[in-house]
Design a protein around this ligand. Structure first.
Ligand code: ZN
Length: 501
């Protein structure tokens, strides 16, 4: 008999219904909502967040969780039932530490700050944006203290996105990566002229770019009957439920990469969520194991596949067909090298694979300094520029291209950035494991057949949803805990060949 578990699941379904509504409002806010609707939307989203939080922390929910845990106590520890209780308990213990008022206030502040950021960034108006960011940061600090931490206040936030990860561990991995990619970065800088990507910077018809991206996602296995693609200022993937996983991208009519690779990236996130087991629907087991694990999927499809020679050898003719005037005279090798051109740049989302992680390390350093109370919002632009110079050797001319470039801070996503680099690292651990299991994987990619790779990810990653902490899942799947080795080898081999090092 699992009566208590069933009762708990019905309660979970109510909560996921509310979250569905909240996510739908959030998607609309970023895509089609009229500019003047911010205040009303912020109130409505705040109400939904409060309601979901109240359900998830009610005494009734706590009682049902308690009853259900007794009921499943004798089940195997790896069973869906036992793991569901483990995940639900983790979420509940965290949620009850946060008062509903704070959750509602945070949501409202985040929606408002995001809208202000969208208006201020093009105007390069840091001053107007500052008080909104101050308020978000204050709320995040308060949340970290309420959630509790042992080593570092930032651990409390990190744990939301990357369960069980510590600031000290991130620092260790990042320092190691930075030291060991530095020689590659400088060797490439000495040969900066080796790769010409000027043909990527010319006029590309927006509709043709859009159509090509839709085609690419279909090729990767995205299911359009359970999703769609729209435009937004900042590309993202959102999941309302198993049968509605949406992506957004943006289009730059003067640069090929923006739309195409953002679509490939978001498609990777979407494939993960479309591939989750139906039986986890409406429960805390639905979703990716962590933000880092999620990012491993997006970076896999964007870079390890999308920017690889095997896949492009199959797909490049389709790209040429879409842009005969721009790319008709550009051969595969030139195109492959161009989309992988490495150079220090200002904007994270357009950074190449070698320098990308330096952008993340910069944000990680700043966030940690803010949570240690050592860095205030008013000093952010100066510190940002200093760090850019130190890590990448470039300084932005404007805050729009500097400290104001990302949506994360106004959205209240502190603790999230490190998961991007963890995702890069994990993507190669998974890809190597897939290569060991599927001996003809490269051959299949050369034939444009990405289905075996997706099948492998479905079976070894997607099928588990949120059953296990990310590091445990990684170990089950690859036999290793977090390790930067495969990623460093990949970078050295790939870019060593491109730049004849
Ligand atoms: Zn992503």
């Amino acid at each position: 008999m699992t009566a208590a578990l069933e009762a708990l699941k019905s309660k979970m379904a109510v909560i996921s219904g509310l979250r569905y509504a909240g996510a739908l409002m959030g998607w609309d806010q970023e895509t089609y909502m009229p500019e003047g609707s911010t205040a009303g939307r912020a109130r409505a989203m705040s109400t939904i967040s409060r309601l979901a939080h109240e359900h998830a922390t009610s005494p009734e929910y706590g009682r049902l969780l308690e009853d259900a845990s007794h009921e499943v106590a004798d089940m195997p520890p790896d069973s869906d039932e036992s793991r569901l209780i483990w995940q639900a308990r983790r979420e509940y213990d965290r949620a009850i530490k946060l008062p509903s008022d704070l959750v509602a206030e945070m949501r409202e502040a985040e929606v408002t700050a995001t809208q202000v950021w969208q208006a201020c960034r093009p105007e390069n108006d840091w001053q107007r944006f500052t008080p909104y960011l101050e308020r978000i940061l204050e709320q995040q600090r308060k949340m970290a203290d309420l959630l509790g931490w042992e080593e570092h206040p930032y651990d409390a936030l990190l744990d939301i996105y990357e369960p069980e990860m510590r600031t000290s561990e991130v620092r260790r991995v990042f320092n190691d990566l930075r030291e060991r990619t530095a020689p590659l970065v400088s060797a490439i800088a000495d040969r900066a002229d080796e790769v010409d990507d000027s043909f990527l910077h010319q006029h590309y018809d927006e509709d043709a770019q859009w159509a090509l991206s839709l085609d690419l996602m279909e090729r990767f296995g995205y299911d359009y009957t359970r999703g769609r693609m729209d435009r937004s200022a900042h590309p993202f993937t959102t999941t309302f439920a198993q049968d509605d996983v949406r992506v957004t991208t943006r289009v730059d009519p003067e640069f090929f990469n923006t739309c195409f690779f953002a679509a490939a990236h978001e498609c990777g996130h979407a494939l993960y969520n479309q591939g989750l087991p139906e039986r986890f629907a409406n429960t805390p087991l639905q979703g990716g194991a962590s933000s880092g694990m999620h990012e491993s999927q997006s970076r896999l499809w964007e870079n390890v596949v999308g920017r690889s020679l095997p896949f492009l050898s199959a797909y490049y003719p389709r790209i040429q067909e879409a842009f005969p005037d721009q790319l008709g005279g550009v051969d595969l090798e030139q195109f492959y090298r161009a989309v992988n051109r490495s150079a220090p740049s200002l904007i994270r989302v357009e950074a190449d694979e070698v320098t990308y992680n330096l952008h993340i390390m910069l944000r990680f350093d700043l966030e940690v300094a803010m949570f240690e109370g050592e860095l205030g919002v008013e000093q952010l632009p100066a510190r940002w520029n200093e760090k850019m110079e130190q890590y990448l050797g470039v300084t932005p001319d404007t805050d729009a291209d500097g400290v104001m470039q990302d949506i994360h801070w106004p959205s209240g996503l502190y603790g999230y950035f490190p998961t991007y680099t963890l995702g890069n690292v994990i993507s190669l651990q998974l890809y190597e494991a897939a290569l060991r299991n599927l001996s003809d994987l490269q051959k299949q990619l050369e034939n444009g057949n990405t289905a075996p790779l997706l099948g492998w990810m479905r079976e070894h990653v997607h099928a588990y949803g949120r059953k296990f902490p990310p590091q445990d899942l990684l170990e089950r799947t690859t036999g290793q805990r977090l390790s930067a080795e495969p990623y460093l080898n990949y970078l050295n081999t790939k870019f060593g060949a491109i730049y004849s090092l």
